[in-house]
Design a binder for this molecule. Sequence first.
Ligand code: GDP
Length: 510
Amino acid sequence: MSNRRTFAIISHPDAGKTTLTEKLLLQGGAIHQAGEVKARGEARRARSDWMKIEQQRGISVTSSVMTFERDGVTFNLLDTPGHEDFSEDTYRTLTAVDSAIMVIDGAKGIESQTRKLFEVCRLRNVPIITFVNKVDREGRPLFEILDEVADALALDVSPQAAPLGMGGLFKGVLDFASETVSVPEGGSKEFLDTRKPFSELESDLSEELAEEIELARIGYPEFDLDAYRSGDLTPVYFGSALKNFGVTELIEAIARWAPPPRPQPAGEDQVSPDHDEVTGFIFKVQANMDPNHRDRIAFMRQVSGTFKRGMKLTPSGLGKPIAIHSPILFFAQDREIADTAEAGDIIGIPNHGTLRVGDTLSEKNDIRFTGLPNFAPEILRRVQLKDPTKTKQLRKALDDLSEEGVIQVFYPELGAQHIVGVVGQLQLEVLISRLSAEYKVEAALEAAPFATARWVKGPDAAMTEFENFNRANLAKDRDGDLVFMAKSPWDVGYQEEKNPDLKFSATKER
Ligand code: GDP
């Protein structure tokens, strides 16, 4: 069986993802220095300064995928950019993992972005291990948190640990399986690897706390591997990323329970990881990492086979084979040339724009992976060109950037102004700076009278009628597919009701 565990961490900003990532890397044979993650954490807070975004992009290529080993298991941790605005990039990264850790702040519970990311995981039945962070601080009562996760996400929760008090009263974290308590030590009250039998500490607990812990142990479903793997149950750990509590337990849980590489859907079929042929799909493209070169790195999630350097693979979008001479495997301190990779691994493929998000790569060009969605944009803007002679350059730039997944572009059926759609505000800033820096196109964005968009499909007759009635609200996306630009969510509901034969989708699979 595969020893790969490919996962991501989902959380709301400030819940502690960066800190936890550092600690996970330190636990394993860390490939990247923890400081690198930290540097990125700070860099990303400077949001509008383009140079800083660029810098962050430069750094984040090495931390986009973090590989580490522990006890014979290879972990591939994929970074989901943690901006306050979520982006399609984040969503797509979740299509390339087999499981996720959901980090929540013990004082705040489930926050908006956690919920959105969770929904994406649920769409794909990605199993989730929950980590309730910051138990060294005053937080919400144990039950409140457990019940909130269960109710908000409609999941069974199965606590695996419990904090012995929080904040000033914090005495450690009890691990249910081993009946041991990891205890705080030293001035900083960190976990320095001392575990005591629970029986030694039990008598010191207040009656209330003892009762709470007993109930947490018996009042919730027991862990069930099938229920977890199918996304119906989440084991819950409590800890402190900052003080190192619960981190070992978490990594062991991933090694023990998280699924090895899963079969991936390809139309009606599935491609299993032990299929002989090398196959994979591109889930992310990062461009212009070096301002002097128009280089791009496409990130391929390998689905099956054993990849060897120099191998020829055919990208579905190109239709003819390319030799992968200098793949990047994220195994080393720096970018390192990979010799081999397996199902579950991520390979960075340098290219000049031949590889697009959603492309399948295969040896025989006989497989198409499905299920890599585009998401309905939540912010739509008209692009206004400052110099009208640059329409061609603008179109080229918008096509390029939409290929990369930075934005989505819509060409209205009526009117000449292109519309761009994004799922997060930051993408708009990136768009304007890149148009100017890379394409020498000065543009501004103005409000568009639309709130969201839906891809529309259905029988010809119904489509024609719909198109005739709604011309002013229709556009084509970059692939020429029909999109309904809705003035409000209500508008979507109204059209759905009025056109029962048509399907209005918030995602589009490539
Ligand atoms: P991210 O935005 O989710 O990546 O969060 P960070 O890891 O950057 O953490 C946000 C803030 O919470 C930082 O100031 C951290 O030092 C702090 N933090 C993270 N984990 C803990 C924890 O376990 N306990 C406490 N007290 N603070 C924490």
